[in-house]
Design a protein. Structure first.
Length: 108
């Protein structure tokens, strides 16, 4: 059971965009939970110079087998030219939580 679950992270410039992404992923059962945190300050390289901006951070709980579809949906909804979409394996977790997560996701 452990190892098949992931936490995907993306950032947006507006809270409303983060909420749209969360709603879409939940409606399509590509995520069991999306937490939106912010605002945060991000500093990064963009087109040859260092930029700083206020962003909203999304923590998306999902399953590794759904990543490609999840990524596609984020890209379709996200306003950024090159959105951050990175996945981290969930290496361990509460058995009850992981069972709940599995029950809320679409099946392969």
């Amino acid at each position: 059971m452990v190892g098949e679950y992931i936490q995907v992270v993306t950032t947006t410039g507006k809270r409303e965009d983060a909420k749209k992404i969360a709603q879409k992923l939940l409606e399509k059962r590509l995520a069991g939970c999306v937490q939106i945190v912010g605002p945060i300050e991000s500093t990064y390289w963009w087109k040859g110079k260092v930029e700083t901006s206020e962003e909203w951070l999304c923590f998306i709980k999902s399953e590794k087998s759904l990543f490609s579809e999840l990524e596609k949906e984020i890209k379709e909804t996200h306003p950024y030219e090159t959105p951050e979409i990175v996945a981290f394996p969930i290496v361990d977790g509460s058995k009850n939580y992981l069972e709940w997560l599995k029950s809320e996701l679409k099946t392969g």
